[in-house]
Design a protein around this ligand. Structure first.
Ligand code: 2NL
Length: 361
């Protein structure tokens, strides 16, 4: 080695080490393992004012012979620029790696299933009410509603209940305290029929309405009774409406509600607001056999009452019974829900126990 080469040897040596250190740092940067602290240490090692390798090489220029100083200085300065470029490049990669790590920590896994808020579900009485409403809507009926606090006249008088009828007794009906007297006396409606009276008074035939709603009776709570329960009643008034229309309408509704195979059966009974009045039974679609718990093996389930609207009731609704006739019917929504879903105790429908309600109805 000649003298000039010998003088430049430590610079060449340092350049090789810089290259090695730099590619080692690049390797760690490529797996995200290079930190800014690593880069700071790198910078101190090479360019630091006290112990930096480049600084040390520059200081040695004093020992270099005069005519070699220029070449030596140039070589060290070239090394310094290389070290500065390496620091800059590594700092950029470390910053990028740290940003990426921060973003990765904040990242959302969009493939995870969502955490759904509990939204609840429809009450079985709502499900049944909507099914009944839909069945009648397909036949052209409208859904009507009205007040739950009624007058004696709308609830009883207009419906042809005689003044001494047991339903009007204090023991059977909730009367409003200081709620007046006579025909205007206020009470909690015992059926949704007053809405039919109000509809007849406010509209002209043809009328086709059903009225689902809450009704009240002064009954003690037990598995089959509740002071609050739900009814759906219906009314059709028009010219030439007959008992055959009543039967055909109810038959169509039960086919839609229960099964295409459902049949209905009428038996004679009495309600003061209809003449004739009938008990309506639907064929048991739950069994068809003896020993069925739903129909007690009879094959029939008593489900509602119905009849041709009494002429006096039409008159009370402002409708001329000489020109128009109509039919009406009523049944319990709670009872239908109990039948359809096999609910053994009416109280389950009112206690709002989520262990009961949180089923698919
Ligand atoms: C039953 C019986 C029934 C009616 C309700 C009614 C209404 C008017 C005129 C005539 Cl405005 N009738 N409603 C008719 C027959 C039976 O319900 O046992 N319901 C649970």
């Amino acid at each position: 080695m000649d003298a000039a080469a010998e003088i430049l040897a430590p610079v060449e040596d340092a350049r090789r080490r810089l290259g090695e250190e730099r590619s080692e740092a690049e390797g760690r940067a490529s797996v995200g393992a290079l930190t800014r602290a690593d880069v700071d240490a790198f910078k101190v090692r090479w360019l630091g004012q006290k112990q930096g390798a480049v600084t040390a090489l520059l200081a040695r220029i004093r020992e270099v012979p005069r005519d070699e100083k220029a070449r030596y200085g140039e070589a060290v300065n070239a090394l310094k620029r290389e070290a500065e470029a390496a620091v800059e490049r590594l700092a950029g990669r470390a910053t990028a790696a740290e940003r990426e790590a921060r973003e990765r920590a904040l990242a959302v896994d969009v493939t995870l299933p969502p955490r759904l808020a509990p939204v609840g579900r429809l009450h079985p009485l709502t499900v049944v009410r909507r099914k009944v409403e839909d069945a009648f809507r397909t036949l052209g009926y409208e859904v009507a509603d009205g007040p739950e606090i009624e007058t004696d006249w709308h609830n009883f008088g207009a419906l042809n209940f005689p003044p001494d009828h047991p339903a009007r007794d204090e023991f059977d009906t909730f009367f409003v305290k200081d709620g007046g007297a006579g025909r205007d006396r206020l009470l909690l409606r015992t059926h949704t029929s007053p809405v039919q009276i109000r509809t007849m008074l406010s509209r002209k035939p043809p009328i086709r309405i059903i009225i689902p709603g809450r009704v009240y009776r002064n009954d003690a709570i037990d598995p089959r009774h509740s002071p609050v329960f739900h009814q759906v009643e219906g009314l059709t008034v028009g010219e030439g409406i007959t008992f055959a229309d009543l039967k055909g309408t109810l038959a169509a509704v039960f086919r839609q509600l229960f099964s295409e195979a459902a049949k209905i059966r009428f038996g004679p009974t009495f309600f003061p607001f209809v003449e004739p009045g009938v008990d309506v039974a639907v064929s048991c679609v739950f069994c068809g056999q003896k020993g069925c718990r739903v129909c007690s093996g009879s094959g029939w389930i008593e489900i509602m009452g119905a009849g041709m609207v009494h002429p006096k009731v039409l008159e009370n609704g402002g409708i001329d019974p000489g020109r128009y006739s109509g039919f009406a019917f009523g049944g319990g929504i709670d009872r239908i829900a109990m039948l359809v879903y096999g609910i053994p105790d009416l109280r389950l429908l009112f206690e709002n126990d989520v262990r009961f309600l949180d089923r698919t109805w």
